[in-house]
Design a protein around this ligand. Structure first.
Ligand SMILES: Nc1nc2c(ncn2[C@@H]2O[C@H](COP(=O)(O)OP(=O)(O)O)[C@@H](O)[C@H]2O)c(=O)[nH]1
Ligand SMILES: [Mg+2]
Ligand SMILES: [Zn+2]
Length: 305
């Protein structure tokens, strides 16, 4: 393919400014650079991007990327379809609000969040309880254990049923992302190390490890991501306060039914959302997250992403 024609390819990793891609023709090409002029634009090609490649006689280089559906800064990924949000029911204990902040980011970016409660064998009741909260909100939700393999087959079937999607596993360090991925795909080696819960103390310089997409079945790609804390998401401007209620799918049937048209759903009387929480129709933990995010965003006039 040395004819100067443009070839499109999926970027699957970027390490030290060198890209590995899968071409539409099914060829894997490594060690590709992005062309100089392209680098001057602020856009940095990310795993998940559809890249345009040209061959200059010596080798391929990236000349551009196709318009993205979405992009996340950390984990650095573009065109994500599904984000599996992992949270362990024990060790580490669930962090209130963690999943909800991510579902809001997903809603905002057109990404489908799927909730996975890990280490279910340690506390089945808590695992099932959290899982049910998200089912109630309309999300696909699973309780799994890589230790006993409970729920692993179900989750594998679920991932297989989605075709040609880009997925990533995310969640705090130590919740069991790498272990679960290796249980789901025993033939692949996910190389974000297993066991980095013990490395929490040496956080700092070394935290940005590369995100790599692995080719799974059905034309899908799946990424492990290095552990991150909720703090990494503070960089995101979530959305404006007026938009926030729409990022909670379980609110949707009540919106427009409050006494006041400009109801913030935080303390007003006659608020349909607050009534639904009292009636047990909206999970309390989700509403708590709404209130806390509302506090974060209420003073912002505009939001850029
Ligand atoms: N009890 C229990 N421990 C698990 C399970 N899955 C993973 N672990 C342990 O949790 C720790 C962190 O797992 P790891 O996959 O590295 O987490 P990651 O940082 O999210 O990738 C390791 O010590 C694993 O052995 C599970 O289903 N049950
Ligand atoms: Mg890991
Ligand atoms: Zn209201």
């Amino acid at each position: 393919m040395d004819d100067g024609k443009t070839v499109t390819a999926r970027i699957i990793s970027c390490i030290g400014g060198r890209y590995t891609v899968d071409t539409d023709g099914g060829e894997r090409i490594s060690n590709i650079a992005a062309k100089g002029t392209f680098r001057h634009e602020k856009l940095k090609p990310l795993p998940g991007d559809t890249a345009e490649l040209r061959h200059d006689g010596n080798g391929y280089f990236i000349t551009g990327i196709r318009e993205r559906r979405n992009s996340l800064i950390r984990p650095a990924l573009a065109n994500l379809d599904i984000l599996f949000v992992l949270q362990s029911c024990r060790t580490p204990d669930p962090v209130p609000g963690f999943i909800d902040k991510i579902t809001v980011i997903c809603e905002k970016n057109g990404i489908k969040p799927v909730i996975v409660i890990t280490k279910s064998e340690l506390d089945r009741e808590t695992a099932d309880g959290i899982s049910r909260v998200y089912e109630k909100c309309g999300y696909d939700s699973f309780a799994v254990s890589a230790e006993t393999c409970e729920g692993v087959d179900t989750l594998r079937r679920y991932i297989r049923s989605e075709k040609n999607v880009i997925c990533a596993f995310c969640g705090a360090s130590g919740v069991g992302k790498s272990t679960l991925l290796n249980a789901l795909y025993p033939d692949m080696r996910f190389d974000c190390e297993v066991g980095d819960i013990s490395r929490k103390t040496e956080r700092g310089k070394n935290t940005t490890r590369a995100v790599t997409l692995y080719a799974a079945e059905n034309g899908s790609y799946i990424a492990d991501t290095p552990g991150f804390s909720l703090l990494d998401f503070e960089k995101f401007d979530l959305c404006g306060k007026d938009e926030l209620p729409f990022m909670f799918p379980e609110f949707s049937v009540y919106l427009g039914k409050c006494r006041y048209t400009k109801c913030s759903h935080t303390k007003e009387d006659g608020c349909a959302i607050r009534n639904a929480v009292s009636d047990g129709d909206i999970p309390e933990s989700r509403y708590e997250s709404y209130l806390s995010l509302y506090e974060n965003v209420k003073n912002k006039k505009e939001w850029d992403k």
